[in-house]
Design a protein around this ligand. Structure first.
Ligand code: SAH
Length: 230
């Protein structure tokens, strides 16, 4: 994802530790972070998912293959939008899992009885996320609380559906129907929708009666969801 909007964060923080980074995001986000979101982000050290010189700067960083790990405040924002769905025992899907950082944060929020599937279409990034998780949080892989799979995330992952929460980390031209179909009633998807450069971050709720309610939340700038030849 490229730089995310100044409406969300007015001042980019530079931090000396992961906890300092989360504390700074909490001050600059414009609203207080949910304590469960904060705890999840405190449990996953971004420096283990990002090889940049300044992994604790609040900005996106390259993870290779033209892709980026999103800025920490954007991760915080997305987790906050999904906090009521990312509860103990929930099932979640992270489309475009990239570095594996957000997938790990989601896994902390769904707890020991929940699970998160990350879907990524670059085999090298599947390997990167697995290596990062093996180094930082091996128990998430060993317990199968987290799975990172190769595939086209626009198709979701039918086998483990329905999901309480779906996060899409790259921009869609339209909301993929399989992702809507794979949401549980009461579930929520967070997805950037729009053109190649700027999009709207949408919250898509599937109500208990199955009705779909879409709401545009803010302007964002994500890399696009793309096709890859395997
Ligand atoms: N959330 C991740 C990565 C965000 S970048 C992180 O913060 O580390 C967007 C990711 O989406 C990239 O890893 C990119 O390879 C992936 N992606 C793009 N199109 C995709 C598709 N069709 N299916 C699965 N992953 C895709």
């Amino acid at each position: 994802m490229s730089d995310s909007p100044e409406v969300i964060v007015r001042k980019r923080s530079v931090s000396s530790s992961n906890s300092d980074l989360i504390g700074n995001i909490n001050k600059t986000l414009g609203h207080k972070l949910d304590p469960r979101v904060m705890n999840a982000m405190l449990s996953v050290d971004r420096a283990n998912y990002c090889q940049a010189s300044y992994p604790l700067k609040d900005r996106p960083e390259s993870i290779g293959y033209g892709q980026t790990i999103s800025a920490p405040h954007m991760h915080a924002y997305a987790l906050d939008m999904l906090k009521d769905q990312l509860v103990e025992g929930a099932k979640a899907l992270d489309v475009g899992s990239g570095s594996g950082y957000l997938t790990a944060c989601m896994a902390h929020m769904v707890g020991r009885t929940g699970s998160v599937v990350g879907v990524e279409h670059f085999p090298e990034l599947v390997e990167l996320a697995i290596n990062n998780l093996q180094h930082d949080q091996p128990e998430l892989l060993e317990s199968e609380r987290v799975k990172i799979l190769l595939g086209d995330g626009r198709q979701g992952h039918e086998k483990d559906a329905p999901y309480n929460a779906i996060h899409v980390g790259a921009a869609a031209k339209q909301i993929p129907q399989p992702l809507i179909d794979q949401l549980k009633p009461g579930g929520r998807m967070v997805i950037p929708v729009g053109g190649s450069w700027y999009q709207q971050l949408f919250q898509v709720d599937k109500l208990a009666n199955g009705k779909i309610v879409k709401k545009s939340i803010t302007d964002v700038a994500f890399v696009p969801l793309t096709d890859v030849e395997y």
